[in-house]
Design a protein around this ligand. Structure first.
Ligand code: CP3
Length: 345
């Protein structure tokens, strides 16, 4: 049993908390000088392959800003490597895969993964972190959602139009489903392994699913997302289900699963929570670019999110998406302090 309760975990479970918990998506990264110092010597993939370094980077924002949760330093694309895809992070172009999935015969070069062995360095990072973190700071594990991970593997990198994704989905739904089935199986194994070795909550990132309308989400994505979400929820740890541009998808995302649903900044938090219903928690939803506003404007916007949450149990304060790399860390710390101070009870 934990000596001191984590307010983040309590909020995920809809329990009353002493103050609203706060953390930030992409809270470890290039906006922090401490991270840039390590990145001068090591690539992103080298960091994640060295558990001591990955753990150190995970802890940087906890120490600097006093957030209520640490998110494992890793990347949603790591599991595609043991699946058989070549992953590289190219400066200025983001993730690149030079052998993308495009046709039936590509299924044959996909290998089944064994996350505990194939991604053993990630598991070691989690174990180190659980020893180093104090009990009131929860450790969040994560995985990409089937759609978002598949979209990188099919496009071979980031995309605006999702031309190859939608071509495959609409013209070969059978192949789409076989491919997503394999991806889902691998991601599920990866997520369950993280929970087994010590992740105390997990987040499923479906960052780009907002390019679909509700009918396509229901047909091509929901069955796959539901599988991984239900498997994770079956372990008893809280599960956060996140996406962006999802205003019209929220009821279906709730149907797919999750104890907490992430809201981006495009709709007011209370409107989002009303759509979802009070039987799930919500995470969000400050505009990440609000961190570039003068302090009083930022304060007003933080206050607005908190007012809309109305102090109801089940709110976790976060941004609507990841922190921009140009953010001033002082602004991040200021938000943590505002949230804690204004909600402490
Ligand atoms: O602090 C944290 O949030 C934990 C670490 C984390 C990273 N990636 C490290 C990372 C997490 C949770 C992710 C998730 C991730 N990765 C997502 C979903 C989250 C989201 O923002 O929607 C996505 C879509 C990816 C894929 C990915 N990884 C992209 C598109 C990029 C390139 C972005 C860029 O600006 O170059 C990455 C690289 C990446 N992953 C960085 C970090 C800190 C960039 C920093 C670097 O190169 O050092």
């Amino acid at each position: 049993m934990e000596k001191k309760q984590s307010r983040f975990l309590n909020a995920c479970r809809g329990l009353p908390v002493d103050a609203t918990p706060v953390w930030f998506m992409r809270q470890a990264g290039r906006y922090m000088a401490e991270y840039r110092a390590i990145r001068e010597k090591l690539t992103l993939l080298e960091i994640v392959q060295r558990p001591e370094v990955a753990a150190e980077v995970t802890l940087q924002p906890v120490e600097a800003h006093g957030v209520d949760a640490a998110i494992l330093f890793a990347d949603i694309l790591l599991p595609v490597v043991p699946l058989g895809f070549n992953l590289e992070f190219v400066k200025g172009r983001g993730p690149q895969i030079d052998n993308p999935f495009r046709q039936e015969t590509d299924l044959d070069r996909m290998r089944p993964i064994e996350a505990r062995a194939d991604l053993g360095h990630v598991m070691e990072t989690i174990q180190l972190l659980r020893k180093e973190l104090s009990p009131e700071v929860a450790l969040i594990g994560f995985s990409g959602a089937p759609f978002t991970v598949a979209s990188y593997v099919i496009e071979g990198g980031p995309s605006k139009e999702y031309h190859h994704v939608k071509t495959l989905m609409y013209s070969r739904p059978d192949l789409w489903n076989s491919f997503l089935g394999k991806i889902t199986e691998a991601l599920t194994d990866y997520l369950l392994a993280q929970i087994e070795v010590g992740a105390q909550a997990v987040q499923l990132f479906d960052s780009w699913v907002g390019v679909l309308n509700p009918a396509d989400y229901r047909e091509y994505v929901l069955p796959h997302s539901r599988k991984i979400l239900q498997a994770a929820q079956g372990t008893g740890v809280p599960v956060i289900h996140f996406g962006t541009n999802t205003t019209t998808l929220l009821p279906l995302m709730k149907e797919a699963g999750g104890d907490v649903i992430g809201l981006d900044w495009r709709l007011p938090l209370d409107d989002g929570w009303k759509i979802l219903g009070e039987d799930v928690g919500v995470q969000g939803n400050l505009d990440p670019l609000a961190l570039f506003a003068p302090r009083e404007v930022l304060a007003h916007k933080v206050r607005d999110v908190l007012n809309r949450a109305g102090g109801k149990p089940g709110h976790i304060f976060n941004l609507g998406h990841g922190i921009s790399r140009h953010t001033d860390p002082g602004q991040v710390k200021a938000v943590v302090d505002m949230v804690h101070e204004w909600t402490s009870r």
